[in-house]
Design a protein around this ligand. Sequence first.
Ligand SMILES: [Zn+2]
Length: 357
Amino acid sequence: MVEHQKKEPCQKKLKTVGHKKEKLFLEKLHKTSRLGGALAFLGKEGIGKKLLALEFSKGLLCQKGEVFGCDECSVCRKINKFIEQLSLSSDRAELPKEFFYFVETEEGKSVNPSPLGEGAIVKKNFAFLIGGHPDLIMVVPDGSQIKIDQIRHLQDYLSLKPLSKHRVVIIDDAHLMNVAAQNALLKTLEEPPPDTLFILVAKNEGQLLPTILSRCRVLQFKPLTKEEIDEILLRLKLQDISQSVKEILHTEGSLAFLNLLKDNKIEKFLEKVNDYPNLSVEEIINLSEEFEKLDKPLKELLLTLLDKLLLNKTLKGKLPLENYERVSSLVAETLKGIKRGIKAKLAMENIFFLLKE
Ligand SMILES: [Zn+2]
């Protein structure tokens, strides 16, 4: 018994940085007695929309009822574990199986399994994620899309009574819902189950049907400021990443590139680019040869990042606009060439020589 009640060590908590206006709105919403309908969190990738959606959901299910969760009650702790696992896994397949909701779909019928009952589920089709509490549902793309079957399974699930006062459905990457899925969801949004809140998280609102958006309270998220980016890096203990990487994140106002930038090859290359005034001819040739050996997606990514890095320098007045424009158009040409499969070594050399002029 004693063993059972022993407290787990304090979990590392991730907190959304910035977005004060949106948080204030959510605080007010939390206090309203009847909560239902839909919110849309729109804005570029890597700025904390999904994390805030999860924190707000945690607060709605928290035993102490704190707006973004108390982080102490058993519900908060379980949801925090889910949030932590989500942030650690770059791929859904890496998530612990306990968060997956599978359905059996024999003869087109789904069998409603108990979501948390161990061994009770015939694991056939992935439908969505259950985030540490049966009333926290997260729909994520199955492959490259959110499919109509996933929405249908969601509707089946929502027809069951919630366990707590509220239920939250986060639809992550909602812009990846195909049209059939969106139309199916629309029916639910038009007559939402009581006390169920939908949060659609999307980077590209253009791919959402206007009828869907018209059913949502839209929160438009702004990119992060330089200070906010630095604060997040500090919290993630990444404050010592290279200056070139930091500059790209600052220019982007987002951390979307962070995982890619942590790749050692990319970081080293960008460090060299950052130091272009001091590069010798020999180094430029070596660097361009190294570049040629990379595979196509990495080449494209590096050129895109190089352009962002140089734009940042230009904005800071460290590189004349005219030079940037010339290099930038050469980068664009090289990108097109790479798509056609041409060798990029010479183009890369030219980019460096142009920079040194
Ligand atoms: Zn709590």
